[in-house]
Design a protein. Sequence first.
Length: 179
Amino acid sequence: MGLIKVTGGGVIEKIGGVCNGQIVKTQNGDITLQNVTAVQNMTTSYADITGSTIAYTPPTGTKNVIYKFSFLHDRADDNPLSHFKTFLDANEIVYRRFSIGIAGSYGQVTTHTATFKCDAAANDFNTGNLTSWTTAKTIKMQGREYGSGNESKLHETHHWDGTTSDQLHIPYIEITALS
């Protein structure tokens, strides 16, 4: 996806792409997306989700930033269950926590969305409200398995074409700045 610039309200900028190391242009300079080339096996400790990290500076006049990250969550055993959280720099956006459990243990692509208000009266990292956002901030996700009996993996299938087969599924990231 290329740079989209709209004047007069609405979308100021929309960027994104497949997390394969590509460079995307923004109004404040180029951003290199992470390069996801392999499965990420979950553990019972939180770890950064590969592909989910992006350092972004919104254009002047931005009032809201929308972050979207689409990724495949699949089973590594018969009972996968994982937990996820979102960060802006070192601050967890507490009210964006979620869990994924797969009924029947089949993989699913999930799109996680987090919205950040950039002109709030006060900073509130529970909700993602900021009084201003004028320099680069890093947005990312972290995840973990529920327990050792709930093994999960990201970015790779467990089944494909009628058999057990591991196929890479590269995640996608998108940022929209709104006036």
